[in-house]
Design a protein around this ligand. Structure first.
Ligand SMILES: *Cc1c(COP(=O)(O)O)cnc(C)c1O
Length: 389
C-alpha cells in the first residue's frame, strides 16, 4: 500500500475519534435539511414547523418586493459578479448599495463584503497589526476573534460588557501599543442584550482607541431600523445583509479615508469575488422596505417583549431571547420536545456559547402571530417543569 493510503486512514481515524468524543459530550452537530415554506414556516423531515430561530427578523427573504429585485438584478446583470471587485466585479449595484448603507447609518462611506464573517476578518487586520492591541468583548461574535487572530495584534478578551475590566486592561496595556481597537457586538447574537455604547465610546476616546461595533442583529430592528449603533457616532459600524435585510453579504460604514483604506488593503475584500448582483439588488429593495414601513420594523421587538412578559422574564431589548438551560444534552432534549409540538427552536451549545450555558435561542419576526407566541410560551412553561431533574 502507498503511504497515501495510510495517511488517509489516519485522517479518517482522527475525524471518527473526534466525532465520537464530541458526541459523548452532546456537542456533535448535524445538518437538517430545512425548506422555507413561507415567512415563518419551514418543512423538516416531512413535517411543517413554525420557526422561532430565524434571523430573518422582517421576513424580507420571502418578501415579494425583495425577491423581485433579486430576479431583476439577475435578469439584467447575470448570476455572479465574475471576479473580485478590484478586477472587474465592481458591479454598479454594489456602489449604489454602499451609498444607501452609508446614508442609512449616518456615515460618510461604506464597504460591502461577501459576508459579515468576511467583513470582520478583513476589517480588524487592516486597522491593527503586530505592535497593536485588540480588546474584544468575550461574547462578541466568533468572526471578531477570527479577525483579531489574523491581525497578529495582541488580543485580550474583556469580560462581557464590563467597563471596569476593559478600563483596567487599557490602563495596563494601552501605553505599550501603537494603535488600539476595541471590538464588540451592539446586540449580542446569543444573548440579545445590548452593549453600553456611550460608555465604551467615552473609554475609547479617553484612551485613544478605535471602536468597532458589530450591528448584525440591530440593523432593521432597533431605532427605526437604523440599528444599535446609529446616533452614537461610532467610527466603525459593521453589520450583515444576511439577517434583517434577508439576503446575504456584509458591510462596514466609516469615514471616507477608512473605507478607502479597507478597500485597498482588506484581504477578505481583495482576494474574493464580489457579491452577486442579486444580493445587492435585493438588499437595496430591503432597505426601501425598512425605510417605508415603521410598523414592520417595530414588530420583532414588540413580539419578543410579549414573549418575555408571558414567561415573567425581564423585558426583551432585542428580538433575541435566550433561555439558558445549562447542559448541552438538556438543551437538545428541550428543542426536540418543542419540535414534537410543532415549534422549531434550535439548541445553542458550546463552543458557540460558553461551557455550561447551553440554551434555546428564541427569535421573533414581524410575521409571528401573537397566538403562536403565547402557545410557545405555554409549551415552554410546561416542558421546563417536566424536564426539571
Ligand atoms: C451572523 C453574525 C455575523 C456574520 O454575518 P454573516 O453575514 O452571516 O457572515 C457577524 N456578527 C454577528 C454578531 C452575527 O450574529
Amino acid at each position: 500500500m502507498s503511504r497515501f493510503w495510510w495517511n488517509m486512514r489516519s485522517l479518517d481515524e482522527f475525524a471518527r475519534e473526534k466525532l465520537t468524543s464530541l458526541e459523548a459530550r452532546g456537542l456533535r452537530r448535524r445538518l437538517e435539511p430545512t425548506a422555507r415554506v413561507d415567512s415563518i414556516h419551514v418543512e423538516r423531515a416531512g413535517r411543517r414547523l413554525i420557526s422561532f430561530c430565524s434571523n430573518d427578523y422582517l421576513n424580507l427573504s420571502q418578501d415579494p418586493r425583495v425577491r423581485a429585485a433579486a430576479k431583476a438584478a439577475i435578469d439584467r446583470y447575470g448570476a455572479g459578479a465574475g471576479a473580485s471587485r478590484l478586477v472587474d466585479g465592481d458591479h454598479p449595484l454594489l456602489g449604489d448599495l454602499e451609498h444607501r448603507l452609508a446614508a442609512f447609518k449616518g456615515a460618510e462611506a461604506a464597504c460591502v463584503f461577501g459576508s459579515g464573517y468576511l467583513a470582520n476578518s478583513g476589517i480588524v487586520p487592516t486597522l491593527v497589526g503586530k505592535n497593536d492591541l485588540a480588546l474584544v468583548d468575550e461574547l462578541a461574535h466568533s468572526c471578531m476573534r477570527a479577525g483579531a487572530k489574523l491581525s497578529s495584534a495582541m488580543t485580550l478578551v474583556f469580560r462581557h460588557n464590563d467597563l471596569v475590566h476593559l478600563s483596567d486592561l487599557l490602563a495596563i496595556h494601552r501605553p505599550e501599543h501603537a494603535r488600539c481597537l476595541i471590538a464588540t457586538d451592539g446586540v449580542f447574537s446569543m444573548d440579545g442584550d445590548l452593549a453600553p455604547l456611550e460608555d465604551l465610546k467615552a473609554l475609547a476616546r479617553e484612551r485613544d482607541a478605535w471602536l468597532l461595533v458589530d450591528d448584525a442583529h440591530g440593523l432593521g430592528v432597533l431605532n427605526a431600523g437604523h440599528g444599535s449603533t446609529v446616533g452614537h457616532d461610532i467610527p466603525l459600524q459593521m453589520g450583515t445583509l444576511s439577517k434583517a435585510i434577508g439576503v446575504y453579504g456584509g458591510y462596514v460604514c466609516a469615514s471616507a479615508p477608512v473605507i478607502d483604506l479597507i478597500k485597498t488593503r482588506a484581504a477578505s475584500f481583495i482576494y474574493t469575488t464580489g457579491l452577486p448582483p442579486a444580493c445587492a439588488g435585493a438588499a437595496i429593495a430591503a432597505l426601501d422596505v425598512i425605510e417605508s414601513e415603521p410598523g414592520l420594523v417595530a414588530a420583532p421587538l414588540a413580539k419578543a417583549q410579549r414573549f418575555t412578559t408571558a414567561l415573567g422574564l425581564p423585558d426583551a431589548v432585542s428580538p433575541i431571547v435566550p433561555l439558558i438551560v445549562g447542559d448541552a444534552r438538556r438543551a437538545v432534549a428541550l428543542s426536540r420536545a418543542l419540535e414534537d409540538e410543532g415549534f422549531l427552536v434550535s439548541a445553542i451549545r458550546p463552543p458557540t456559547v460558553p461551557e455550561g450555558t447551553s440554551r434555546l435561542r428564541v427569535t421573533f419576526t414581524s410575521a409571528h402571530p401573537e397566538a403562536e407566541i403565547d402557545r410557545l410560551a405555554a409549551a415552554l412553561r410546561r416542558l421546563t417543569n417536566d424536564l426539571r431533574p
